[in-house]
Design a binder for this molecule. Sequence first.
Ligand SMILES: *[C@@H]1O[C@H](CO)[C@@H](O)[C@H](O)[C@H]1NC(C)=O
Ligand SMILES: [Zn+2]
Length: 362
Amino acid sequence: MPRVTCAPPSLCLSLLRLLKHLLPSLPPTVRDADVPPLYRKRFVLSGYRPVGLSRRCYILSLFQIHNETLNVWSHLLAAVCMSMRFLVFVVLQGGGILGFRLQGPEGQGFSVDVSSLPLVLYVISAITYLSCSAAAHLLQAHSEMEHYSLYFLDYACMAVYQYSCAMALYLYTSDDVWKQSMLAQIFPPASALLSWLSCATCCYATLATHFCRPLHRKLCQVVPLGVAFMVVFNPVAHRLISYSWKSNSALPLHFLQMVLFLPSAIFFSFPVPELFYPGHCDIVAHSHQIFHVMLSFSMFIQQEALFKNFLWRRPALIREFGEEHLLLVCASFLCLMLCCVMTALAMRWRAKAQLQKEQRWK
Ligand SMILES: *[C@@H]1O[C@H](CO)[C@@H](O)[C@H](O)[C@H]1NC(C)=O
Ligand SMILES: [Zn+2]
């Protein structure tokens, strides 16, 4: 009989050995009273990494147990899963959706396919958002300036992702009746404006930690996000309400996506469950972790639904919207990205001025 040997790959083993050597050099986590107020989360009492360690320590803390371990890993794994799924999708489609022609009438080659460009932008911005968010949670405790910079970057990526979502739903999911509505006429600029507003208000709320009450800051974040949500999901909500779900296999997925997304927004806004069990949800199960996990699933499911919508819509897309309109949408995406990055940089500049005034930045 043939014998199967399953020796663990030696690379893995040496990596484990290295970690075993490096991890004990990390300082243990501390209690909330031991970190500056900026870093404290209400009802989370322990599991904080000390502030002001070297960057190497925070990178290594990826393998340590602390209050952000799950926050980092959830978005990291989601980014990996979404990229893998996208690669599989591209390969199954023969590379065509990236504009590559592996086997076409004209042989192999490269051409830009405007009808798939919005989908590609959507996937890229989703993966970028997840990675930036994971990096922000992993590294922000280094210094107050780093905290601000990384979260501002995170919010800029979130806004760009939000706009890419709006565009993908607008182009691949909307139906003919919806397209006649008032909202449909102003949908692209309106969703761009709302995305930028979400970025600006979220940054502002983070900046205002010192001089604004927690409730006001939360409202400042949640109200623009809520309005944006209602606009962005309008095309798919209309389709869900007015068509039989049997007509389109993507509709149950869109529904599932919403079912996961709505409660995740509640966990983003309210410190539940740690409010009821202060100190018991520090490492596992505080609200932000539940938000991350539900958001990750909801993003993955939305990607799946959009793949289906894309395949079904693609042949007629250029005829329906016109090539110029599609190019304009992609160009507006780049403009929004620029606006959000500039906003984040401006906020970073204000944060620096604020810290300098308080003489906490050298
Ligand atoms: C976890 O601890 C870090 C400091 O290491 C802090 O900045 C962050 O706000 C804490 N997060 C939660 C959810 O408690
Ligand atoms: Zn987060």
